[in-house]
Design a protein around this ligand. Structure first.
Ligand SMILES: [Fe+2]
Length: 163
């Protein structure tokens, strides 16, 4: 299952934010900047959702600025489809290997740091393959409107802010 991991906030004020965001065992770092409401990976030309899935990498994602919404599907989970909202300075989202995932940024974009755990046998071309849900019937069905709805996580703050 995915996890939302809290971390120590030494100082969290409007002017100064000072956090210990260490993910022990992380051996790879990537930074993903979305300029505006980007979708990653982008949808296919016919409009179907596309996903990443890392066979040998765990992601640990922290929004440094802006907000981003993650769509997660894993058929090994009791409930396979979840939508998780990350806000700047919120929890770190841990996505286990073998999870389909895609993300959509808020209107103003977002900056996300990934402190990944990459196994020694990981190959970049396999870890960053894109999967088109239109070509994977089970994935297409579980994310369709006719399937049970996704479970939502972390939407309280966004809803309060929009009120
Ligand atoms: Fe990822």
């Amino acid at each position: 299952m995915f996890e939302l991991i809290p971390y120590q906030k030494f100082r969290d004020t409007p002017k100064v934010r000072f956090f210990d965001i260490t993910i022990s065992n992380s051996n790879a770092r990537d930074l993903v900047f979305h300029d505006g409401p980007a979708v990653s990976p982008h949808s296919a030309s016919e409009g179907s959702w596309q996903f990443y899935l890392h066979p040998k990498q765990e992601d640990n994602l922290l929004a440094l600025s802006g907000g981003r919404t993650f769509y997660l599907v894993n058929f090994d989970w009791e409930y396979p489809f979840h939508i998780v909202r990350l806000e700047s300075g919120g929890d770190i989202l841990r996505i286990p290997p073998g999870t389909f995932h895609r993300s959509v940024s808020d209107q103003d974009g977002s900056l996300v740091l990934n402190q990944a755990l990459r196994k020694a046998e990981a190959k970049v071309e396999k870890e960053f393959r894109v999967y088109n849900s239109a070509e994977i019937p089970r994935l297409q069905w579980v994310t369709s409107k006719s399937a049970p709805p996704p479970k939502l996580h972390g939407f309280d703050r966004a809803e309060l802010r929009a009120a």
